[in-house]
Write a protein that binds this ligand. Structure first.
Ligand code: PLP
Length: 429
């Protein structure tokens, strides 16, 4: 709040496509999709129309004992488009809640099978899964977690396959494979007491957009089967086309036991989340009332009708406009527009997975020594970019592009140019 005495909040009057406009008529290109949620632009005509129609039909209804058309249709669509084996859908109303649901459901599954000793979760170093207490506990970004540590359940944390740390000349696949040995070790040692491994497939987004190879997911799926442990794929950020495929798990041809979705699920319109799971998990809770084995987890706005309708309209756009195919050329344009960053004296790495591209700014390119966090150089990039009409919001010293899929080549080049100038400003003195 003190920062805002010198850098006031920007009140936004309206949004149109990739552009946001404030009350003074200044425009900002939303290069981070309003925190990774927006897929097809602000005030998207197709989503707007679907929502207006839904608004006149049903806005919200109790989701216990009752259901509605949009919720049923969306669940069926999600089952159809997610990896095979995921045949059941549980709704919540934000990403963190979806994580809580997956954690509780995994634990409860084992309990219903008499495996009450399974109470722990394995998580990756540098992971992020949200900020409610359960989600925070399985995350590992200290900025968010450290203060609340005394309140959080114990987890088993395994070093990350994050390829930033690979040896010179080593491939992403080789490094990710090598790092998997540590996960295998943890599973071998703890599988008796572990419910699930939870991961962000391919990109640790809030953990500075660090990336790894799909081979890790392939190995992890096999090991979870071998050691009788669930696999929870948190695709809240990477789902819906961000990694180049509709879901990141597709790149390893795996199906997790739980897949958490939110963010892009409604095209960035309304809060909604879904946890997809298997029939095997579903059956563990299917019993007479007196068995008291049902899964209890409810939120007042679970399965909100407007949010579900926005979700359906979003999936329609993917299917009607061949978005995944089109994104391939956008991703290539992004790569081309950022070629010169590779040789920048204060850039240690430019990395990309599909529609996500990150530029890591460092003090020393050769030793990769980071700038001290207190210098807040990323903030300088943010402020410079805003003054030039581009909304970038670096994570520490990592500048990243995660634009809506309707961005044009010209707009991508503008984003890259402004990021370049912003870095020039930020690395001065
Ligand atoms: C954003 C995010 C969450 C949390 O979602 P919220 O809706 O912000 O609670 C969880 N996991 C990942 C990977 C995320 O990026």
């Amino acid at each position: 709040m003190k920062d805002h005495e010198t850098f006031p909040l920007i009140p936004i009057k309206k949004g149109q496509g990739v552009w946001l406009e404030d009350f003074d008529g200044n425009r900002y290109l939303d290069a981070i999709s309003s925190w990774w949620v927006n897929l097809f632009g602000h005030a998207n005509p197709a989503i707007n129309a679907a929502l207006k129609d839904q608004l006149d039909t049903l806005e919200q209804v109790i989701f216990a004992g009752f259901t509605h058309e949009a919720a049923v249709e969306l669940a069926e669509k999600l089952v159809a488009i997610t990896p095979k084996g995921l045949s059941r859908c549980f709704y919540a109303d934000n990403g963190s809640s979806a994580i809580e649901v997956a954690l509780k459901m995994s634990f409860h599954y084992w309990r219903n099978h008499g495996q009450t000793q399974k109470t722990k979760f394995i998580t990756l170093e540098n992971s992020y899964h949200g900020e409610t207490l359960g989600a925070l506990a399985v995350g590992n970004v200290q900025l968010y977690k450290e203060t609340y540590a005394p309140l959080l359940m114990d987890v088993i944390t395994v070093p990350s396959p994050d390829c930033y740390h690979r040896d010179p000349g080593e491939s992403w696949a080789d490094y990710s494979t090598r790092r998997f040995a540590l996960m295998e070790q943890a599973l071998q040692q703890h599988s008796d007491t572990v419910c699930a491994v939870i991961i962000e497939p391919l990109v640790q987004c809030a953990g500075n957009m660090r990336m790894y190879d799909p081979v890790y997911l392939e190995l992890l799926r096999a090991a979870c089967d071998k050691y009788n442990v669930h696999l929870i794929a948190d695709e809240i950020a990477v789902g819906f086309g961000r990694t180049g495929t509709l879901f990141a798990c597709e790149q390893a041809a795996i199906s997790p036991d739980f897949m958490c979705l939110s963010k892009g699920l409604t095209g960035g319109y309304l809060p909604l989340s879904a946890v997809l799971t298997t029939d095997q998990v579903y059956q563990a809770f299917y019993a007479d009332y007196q068995a008291m084995s049902a899964f209890l987890h409810s939120h007042s706005y679970t399965g909100n009708a407007l949010a579900c309708r926005a979700g359906l309209a979003t999936i329609d756009i993917f299917q009607q406009h061949g978005i995944i195919e089109k994104n391939k050329s956008l991703a290539a344009i992004m790569a081309k527009a950022t070629m010169r960053f590779h040789d920048h004296p204060h850039v240690s790495e430019v990395r990309q997975t599909g529609m996500m591209l990150a530029i890591e700014m460092v003090k020393n390119k050769h030793t990769r020594e980071p700038y001290p966090w207190q210098e807040r150089r990323g903030l300088k990039v943010y402020q410079y970019a805003l003054s030039k009409g581009v909304l970038l919001r670096p994570l520490g010293n990592v500048i990243y592009f995660m634009p809506p899929y309707i961005v044009t080549e010209e707009e991508l080049r503008l984003i890259a140019e402004v990021a370049w100038q912003g870095i020039q400003q930020a690395v001065k003195d």
